[in-house]
Design a binder for this molecule. Structure first.
Ligand SMILES: O=c1nc[nH]c2c1ncn2[C@H]1C[C@H](O)[C@@H](COP(=O)(O)OP(=O)(O)OP(=O)(O)O)O1
Ligand SMILES: [Mg+2]
Length: 197
């Protein structure tokens, strides 16, 4: 597989930055935004289904092999919600509204019941109709804070407490987050599968 150039099937600039930093110079990630501004509807019922759907769509539009990242936050107290609906939790009103809704849903919930996991599924297809997508999953365990803290990262990072570092994930430097995050774990597996580095 010629992987010097891949299209990233994502309109999320935070993901592009993190994934490109993890891959280094050996693989150039091009954003699907160069080819189309239309975002596919994420109709799957799982991270895997949505990742495959986004990867196929990007490969079809770009003619390049495509990598997709479907990710989100699964909160124990909420039975795994918002899960695959994390980006749409506050009806498309964006990260700040999503975070406010999550804080509200966990109002008065004690620390011991605020466990959560970030989930990342990476899907790589060689072409739009690839019958054998490569799938890699990463989880990151933490807990939901009572208030936002930190300026780095994106999405739910300011609300995600990282027990192994005693900070929120938005307080981690980008380099540190990229060593230990759900996305880093999935990317480690993908690198192994592709025999990169
Ligand atoms: O490291 C992370 N740090 C904080 N928040 C995160 C992270 N990783 C995923 N998330 C949140 C953001 C969004 O609310 C949802 C992903 O939704 P997801 O559909 O996969 O991505 P998206 O719509 O932002 O971009 P796209 O689908 O074009 O790749 O989970
Ligand atoms: Mg999305």
């Amino acid at each position: 597989m010629n992987l010097t150039q891949l299209v990233l099937a994502s309109h999320n600039a935070g993901k592009l930055k993190e994934l490109q930093a993890m891959l280094g110079d050996s693989v150039q990630l091009r954003s699907i935004g160069e080819f189309s501004q239309v975002e596919p509807e994420e109709t799957g019922l799982s991270f895997v289904e949505n990742a495959i759907l986004k990867a196929r769509n990007a490969a079809r539009i770009s003619g390049l092999p495509a990598l997709a990242d479907d990710s989100g936050l699964a909160v124990d107290f909420l039975g795994g919600a918002p899960g695959i609906y994390s980006a749409r939790y506050a009806d498309g009103k964006g990260d700040a509204a999503n975070n406010a809704k999550l804080l509200d849903a966990l109002k008065d919930v004690p620390d011991a019941e605020r466990g959560a996991q970030f989930v990342c599924v990476l899907a790589l297809v060689r072409h739009a109709d690839d019958p054998l997508p490569i799938l890699c999953e990463g989880l990151w365990h933490g807990r939901i804070l009572h208030a936002a803290s930190g300026e780095h990262g994106f999405g739910y990072d300011p609300l995600f407490w990282v027990p192994e570092r005693n900070v929120s994930s938005a307080e981690l430097s980008p380099a540190d987050k990229n060593q230990i995050s759900h996305r880093a774990r999935a990317m480690d597996l993908l690198r192994q599968r592709l025999s990169l580095k």
